[in-house]
Write a protein of this length. Structure first.
Length: 357
């Protein structure tokens, strides 16, 4: 690059003439650059860069006589400042023009899907559990919790199932090395509640339980909810009325309920309870096997041996208990035909329940 030269002993007119020539050349170069940001930057480098025209003039000031350096330096600085200001304006205009051209050239494809963030949802079992808890709270029940690893006493013996009781076979579970088990039902929470709280008691205990089962309608880990009411003069009529209120509150009006005799070691008398099929309204269909009824769980009056195990006087107090499988209720509520779908965490399956309440 050829640089302009200051004369060895310049007077004011010679210096001014040289600087005016540089300024004219700069204006011409800047005009030729137009709205091209790269061309404007090239002009900046040519005149203000480390090896630029005006930078070269600044370096030549050291070669001038001392009595001429001040005036000449001031003139070169004025030119440098003017050039820098014009370059700044030109760069701003070029950048704006480039953005406007880019926007004008954009094409919006209205057929593309929107970029909405993906939203998760509550698992259908969780939704069902929360709705059941809501209904029970409306009926005046408290919601209790307890450990999932239990000792033999709370899981079996206190529920009138001693070591050699055959009922243990139907609830075979996972045993740990220390003799404890993964609880087979949430009934141990009832035992622990009665151990620490005096009647009257009105509670439910939802949670995970474990049994050695795996097929379309049974899982090795599933969710259960059990209810317990203890007080003076509690009867089977109270049990039946509570069940009717529960399922009317959960499913709505029009649900019928019935009790059938059944055996469970921790209740006496014991029963199983059914509700009218929601699919056919009791007329008979494939879901209810043409019976018009759906079995939901077991129930009955608390066995005196259970009260004795927890220190409650069976002569003064009575009570009822019943249980249900939350997973099974979720199946009926959402029309799911295989319980194993609830454990697979397939997003394609679970996203069907987004927004369901």
């Amino acid at each position: 690059m050829l640089h302009a030269k200051l004369p060895p002993a310049p007077d004011r007119s010679v210096v001014q003439s040289t600087l005016e020539q540089i300024e004219r050349e700069f204006d011409a170069a800047l005009a030729a650059a137009g709205a091209d940001p790269r061309a404007v930057d090239a002009v900046r480098v040519r005149y203000l860069g480390r090896k630029g025209e005006i930078t070269g003039l600044m370096k030549q000031l050291r070669e001038l006589p001392k009595d001429r350096r001040k005036d000449t330096g001031q003139a070169v600085n004025r030119l440098k400042q003017a050039v820098a200001e014009r370059l700044e304006r030109a760069a701003g205009l070029a950048s704006t023009a480039q953005r406007e051209a880019a926007v004008a050239g954009e094409r919006v494809d209205v057929s593309l899907p929107t970029l909405r963030p993906w939203r998760g949802s509550l698992h259908p079992v969780t939704q069902t559990r929360r709705e059941l808890e809501r209904v029970f709270r409306d009926l005046g029940f408290t919601v209790e919790d307890g450990p999932e690893v239990e000792d033999d006493f709370h899981n079996f013996q206190a529920l009138n199932m001693p070591i050699d009781h055959p009922a243990r076979d139907t609830t075979d579970t996972f045993y740990l090395n220390d003799g404890n088990v993964l609880r087979t039902h949430t009934s141990p929470v009832q035992i622990r509640t009665m151990e620490t709280r005096k009647p009257p008691i009105k509670m439910v205990c939802p949670g995970r339980v474990y049994r050695r089962d795996l097929d379309a309608t049974h899982l090795p880990m599933f969710h259960q909810l059990e209810a317990l009411v203890v007080g003076e003069s509690v009867t089977m009529a109270d049990l039946k009325g509570t069940l009717e209120a529960l399922w009317s509150g959960f499913y709505g009006a029009g649900i019928r309920m019935r009790l059938r005799p059944g055996y469970f070691p921790f209740v006496e008398p014991g029963c199983e309870y059914d509700i009218s099929c929601r699919m056919c309204h009791g007329e008979g269909c494939r879901v209810c096997k043409q019976s018009g009824w759906i079995e939901l769980g077991g129930a009955g009056m608390v066995h005196p041996a259970v009260f004795e195990a927890v220190g409650i006087d069976p002569q003064r107090y009575s009570g009822f208990a019943f249980g249900l499988g939350i997973d099974r209720i979720a199946m009926m509520r959402y029309g799911i035909d295989d319980l194993r779908l609830l454990l697979e965490n397939d997003v394609r399956f679970l996203e069907q329940f987004s927004g369901v309440v």
